[in-house]
Design a binder for this molecule. Structure first.
Ligand SMILES: CC(C)(COP(=O)(O)OP(=O)(O)OC[C@H]1O[C@@H](n2cnc3c(N)ncnc32)[C@H](O)[C@@H]1OP(=O)(O)O)[C@@H](O)C(=O)NCCC(=O)NCCS
Length: 392
């Protein structure tokens, strides 16, 4: 290393940038913890509303607080007519993540509380954004089909309401619960790419909507939230369980990636995958499409074996592996899988924006400003002599 130059941590791996009280990913033990609670316990017994409250307000709600939180969500689900008109003006084939990323900051135009810098106002803005993100995704799906948005039903919970607004059909209660569990599992995951993006934007003191819009853009990439789309496309391309092994061989021969396998932090199976897998199996059987789970299971087993044989290291399933077939069997269109991820992750992103701004954990966060190693060796060690336009 040259004198005066620092080590480059590509992708910021191994660099700790802040303290947080919000969540912890124990990649070696395969544990995910939201504010002290194991996600597997939350997935078993808590609703998404309770988890969103936990993330935004630092504690699980008691009955009265939960009732108020539900009322706040129900009261905030509608989106402004102007926004519906703006979406209706877009080409119908606009990718839903692009629509979402564009729509979120437009919500700021309708928010009259933006100038209020208090924690309570930010928590309320975040609650409203949790409510509205689901409506935005569902409304765009209706609009692009030439249909009118379905008005939210105040009697339905957050998960059931989303499925209702998407299809116009009230879901069966156990399907709604499967979706609720999936929302619980996707709500938060420490300093992943989109969350770090949200925090980084918030560190400039930009508002919540700007931070969330940037996070949506980050989530859209196929190495992050976009992986669940790629998993389902992969399953459809394979077509049937007997073709799984040949597919694995071809993909690894070509040096490509098997989507839904591998993780930047987990060195064992992602604990969320183990909760999603049985739901995918059960729902697949019920809707008469067991092949997606069967192919996924085979892909997991054979993919792990092939990876070990070739690289001598283990690889593990991540959250996107079984969520893909689960969402598909719920009738959710494939290009909405990543927006659905955002519909859940909005509570985690917002909690991080709040933490960034209100510094609930020490040390106090600061404006993110990493260094870089300039390798622009254009004119040797000296600076280039400027050449006027006519002499270049
Ligand atoms: C998530 C991901 C980007 C993590 O990448 P990473 O931190 O570089 O992972 P690792 O360091 O453990 O990778 C070790 C090796 O395995 C390879 N690898 C990792 N995941 C792989 C996969 N799904 N298929 C094939 N090879 C894979 C890497 O390319 C690397 O190979 P190399 O040493 O020859 O360069 C990567 O696993 C991936 O692209 N997975 C598929 C996409 C996906 O499911 N994303 C959702 C994440 S929640």
């Amino acid at each position: 290393m040259e004198e005066g130059k620092s080590t480059i941590n590509t992708g910021l791996r191994g660099v700790t940038v802040a303290s947080t009280r919000i969540s912890h990913v124990d990649g070696k033990a395969g544990k995910l913890i939201y504010r002290g609670y194991l996600v597997k316990d939350l997935a078993e017994a808590a609703t998404y509303e309770e988890v969103a409250h936990l993330l935004l307000h630092d504690r699980l709600p008691q009955a009265e607080a939960l009732e108020k939180f539900r009322r706040d969500l129900a009261g905030a689900r509608a989106i402004p007519e102007g926004l519906i008109a703006a979406m209706a003006a877009l080409p119908a084939d606009t990718p839903p993540m692009d629509v979402l990323q564009a729509a979120v900051p437009l919500l700021a135009a309708y928010d009259r509380t933006l100038a209020d810098p208090s924690l309570e106002a930010e928590q309320l803005r975040a609650t409203r954004l949790v409510a509205k993100l689901a409506t935005l995704v569902a409304a765009w799906h209706r609009i692009r089909q030439g249909l009118g948005p379905v008005a939210p039903d105040p009697d339905l919970g957050h998960a059931a309401n989303f499925l209702y607004m998407l299809s116009g059909q009230r879901p069966e209660s156990d399907v709604a619960r499967f979706f609720d569990v999936a929302l619980v599992l996707h709500a938060e995951h420490s300093f992943n790419a989109s969350t770090f993006t949200a925090r980084q934007v918030a560190s400039t003191r930009a508002h919540l909507y700007a931070a969330v819009s940037a996070a949506v853009g980050s989530l859209s990439g196929e190495l992050h939230g976009g992986a669940n789309v790629r998993v389902m496309q992969m399953l459809k391309a394979i077509g049937s369980p007997e073709k799984v092994e040949a597919y694995i061989t071809r993909i690894l021969d070509e040096g490509q990636k098997i989507m839904g396998l591998g993780h930047a932090v987990y060195k064992v199976d992602d604990p969320r995958a183990h909760i999603l897998a049985p739901m995918s199996q059960e729902l697949g059987r019920r809707v008469g499409q067991p092949q997606w789970y069967e192919m996924s299971k085979l892909l997991e087993i054979k993919g792990k074996e092939a990876f070990k044989a070739r690289k001598g290291i283990d690889i593990f399933v991540n959250v996107d592996f079984y969520s893909a077939s689960l969402f598909y069997c719920m009738g959710i269109p494939i290009d909405l899988f990543t927006p659905v991820f955002a519909v859940s992750r909005i509570s985690g992103w917002s909690a991080h924006v709040i933490e960034e701004r209100f510094a609930l954990a020490a040390p106090k966060p600061a404006l993110y400003r990493p260094g870089s190693d300039y390798v622009g060796d254009y004119c040797g060690p000296a600076e280039c002599a400027f050449v006027p336009l006519e002499k270049r």
